[in-house]
Design a binder for this molecule. Structure first.
Ligand code: GCO
Ligand code: MG
Length: 408
């Protein structure tokens, strides 16, 4: 099964996606996701200019060898662009191997370890009433676990808080703004730390003790501030507190850990197992947040999650809308096969994205399943993709009141 063609497709249905298409001399086609939100074209170039020429003629069955070849031969290891490009190749090769075997990918990874994957959805609101409505809508859609983000009095624009249904279709909400410049938001840590525990107190008293609740801090706190927030949230029994400090410093989590029993999740901006070395070995976290798309694909994620399993640390694979349905399907197959599955983020794609990426995964009663088609179960419709050309888009960033750029 030799690779005869490799092509990079950049399309922008609801947002930008970078997809690798591999074709073999058996006539099979495999798909891989290399989308890096706000920096999409760098991965497209890395693939087209530097990886595609190396793939032609290679045996598509040699997944591990291709991974090691791309990782080691480049000399320049790691980094989001490199690892997203390697992920695109790796996932496309797994798609091909599973199609050649005539099996859904999870079968090649050891078979199903569970019947379905508990997913969490994103509820948010500018005030309590909007937030409660958003939580109810998610419960009506079947979600059994909910991420809670709200506006904060004293801060004008908080990332992750969407306009209410009616003003903006919920599934069309996209965190990256399609514009030539990133949008500027503001930030006030003291206002945030005062407000968030009150929000969770209100949500618990309205929705009761059972509902798993999650919260994303988006890397904005120092270790001692994160420790305080974790402590203040303990009465509300969170499923996790995510990305509480900037991700570069693994030791920051040690201080947080010493002060709170609120479970910790981190890693959506990580790209290799090395970013987790201390965090996992010293048991400073509870959930691994990496995306298959940003961490070198299934081959690398499997090893990372197996390492985490030795320390009772579970998966919480990143699943925002900037992971394409191809990357999402890769996550679902891996989730189904591993033993230490924790939860899967699921932020539904828009209609245009679903038109471009034909999918077989299902969401029923709060549980995702990758489906039973051979391979990943996602096929890109190239005619549909061609209708949506690339448009520059940037994530927002934030500044303090005095104008200082603050941590994401
Ligand atoms: C999440 C994330 C996203 C990211 C986005 C960046 O937990 O889903 O924090 O909202 O900010 O994926 O590209
Ligand atoms: Mg996050």
């Amino acid at each position: 099964m030799n690779i005869t063609a490799a092509e990079v497709i950049v399309t922008s249905p609801d947002r930008n996606f970078v997809t690798l298409k591999l074709t073999t001399d058996d006539g099979l086609v495999g798909w891989g996701d290399g989308t890096l939100n706000g920096r999409e074209l760098s991965v497209a170039s890395y693939l087209t200019d530097h990886v595609v020429p190396l793939l032609l003629g290679r045996d598509a069955h040699r997944i591990e060898d291709t991974w090691q070849f791309l990782y080691r031969s480049a000399y320049w290891r790691r980094g989001p662009v490199t690892m997203a490009a390697i992920a695109a190749v790796d996932v496309a090769l797994w798609d091909l191997k599973a199609k050649a075997a005539g099996m859904p990918l999870y079968q090649l990874l050891g078979g199903a370890s569970r019947n379905g994957l508990m997913a969490y959805g994103h509820a948010s609101g500018r005030d309590e009433a909007e937030l409660f409505d958003s939580i109810r809508r998610h419960l009506d859609q079947g979600f059994r676990s909910i991420r809670v983000q709200t506006s904060v009095p004293g801060i004008d624009a908080v990332y992750g808080v969407r306009a209410p249904a009616g003003e903006e279709p919920e599934h069309h909400y996209e965190p990256a703004l399609r514009a030539a410049q990133p949008m500027e938001e503001d930030w006030d840590t003291r206002a945030y730390l005062r407000h968030i525990p009150r929000v969770f107190e209100a949500v618990r008293s309205e929705f009761g003790p059972e509902l798993p609740l999650l919260h994303d801090v988006h890397h904005r706190l120092t270790p001692i501030q994160a420790a305080r927030l974790g402590k203040d949230l303990e009465p509300y029994d969170l499923f996790w507190m995510e990305d509480c400090t900037p991700a570069e410093n693994q030791d920051a989590l040690r201080l947080v850990r010493q002060h709170t029993t609120t479970p910790l999740a981190i890693g959506e901006v990580f790209n290799t197992v090395w970013d987790y070395q201390t965090l996992i070995k010293d048991q400073l976290i509870d959930y691994v947040r990496s995306a298959v798309t940003h961490t070198g694909g299934i081959t690398a994620m499997r090893k990372l999650l197996d390492y985490a399993a030795q320390y009772q640390i579970k998966s919480g694979i990143h699943g925002p809308t900037d992971i394409s349905p191809v990357g999402m399907a890769a996550a679902l197959h891996l989730d189904l096969a591993i033993h230490n599955f924790g939860i899967q983020e699921y932020m539904q794609h828009g209609d245009a994205t679903n038109e471009v990426f034909r999918q077989t995964f299902s969401f029923e009663n709060g549980y995702l399943h990758p489906g039973h088609q051979p391979g990943l179960g996602v096929e890109l419709d190239e005619d549909a993709a061609a209708k949506f050309p690339y448009r520059p888009a940037y994530l927002p960033y934030n500044r303090l009141k005095d104008g200082t750029v603050h941590d994401w």
